[in-house]
Design a protein around this ligand. Structure first.
Ligand code: ZN
Length: 196
């Protein structure tokens, strides 16, 4: 389990913070030895969209680290005051200047090594509302043959794009759940998926 190192207690300022399993708990957590304050660290959610428009995909080239100069679908950290769909749409707008309509969930994958959960949606391009933001160096609509497979940020982004291309040819999109190494593609239209 990855923990950010806690040097000082946020409640009392003590530097006596040790990793312990608090009483009644199941996980090791930073615990202040002076005031018993426990720091709970949980995964962050990264929301994004795979955006197709007239047979092309909207990709952005990162202007900042990590992965400066690499290409990706737009995605970023969810904020406290929004839904995950709102986060995905906001990140697209910030990184590319584009407004999109979310069509459906496409990939939910965990990266336990990084304490992250990615939730990627399929989205429809609507229009450009303003220029792309400072975190982006360049944006481009690329055909499937123009995707810079060797210059993508992470292998998982390549997996999402290649699965999308395959499924579009096949004529049906599924929902991937798992981690980067392994997962299951759940087909839509299955009665077992109905919630009520
Ligand atoms: Zn304390």
């Amino acid at each position: 389990m990855l923990h950010k190192t806690i040097n000082f207690c946020s409640q009392c300022g003590s530097d006596k913070v040790l990793m312990q399993v608090p009483s009644g708990d199941t996980h090791q957590r930073p615990v202040c030895q002076e005031c018993s304050h426990v720091v709970y660290q949980n995964p962050t959610v990264i929301a994004g969209c795979i955006i197709e428009h007239e047979g092309k995909f909207l990709l952005g080239k990162r202007a900042i680290e990590p992965m400066k100069g690499k290409w990706s679908i737009p995605a970023g950290f969810m904020e406290n005051d929004e839904t995950v769909e709102q986060a995905a749409v906001r990140e697209v707008l910030e990184e590319t200047g584009a407004t999109v309509d979310v069509l459906g969930p496409y990939s939910i994958f965990s990266v336990p090594q990084m304490n992250q959960v990615y939730i990627i949606f399929r989205a429809r391009f609507v229009s450009f509302q303003h220029p792309f933001g400072d975190e982006t160096e360049e944006i481009n609509f690329v055909t499937k043959d123009e995707i810079p497979w060797n210059d993508l940020t992470y292998p998982a982004i390549g997996q999402i794009l290649s699965r999308y291309i395959n499924e579009e040819d096949y004529g049906q999109f599924g929902l991937y759940m798992g981690c980067y190494e392994q997962g299951i593609i759940h087909p839509f239209g299955n009665a077992n998926l109905c919630l009520n």
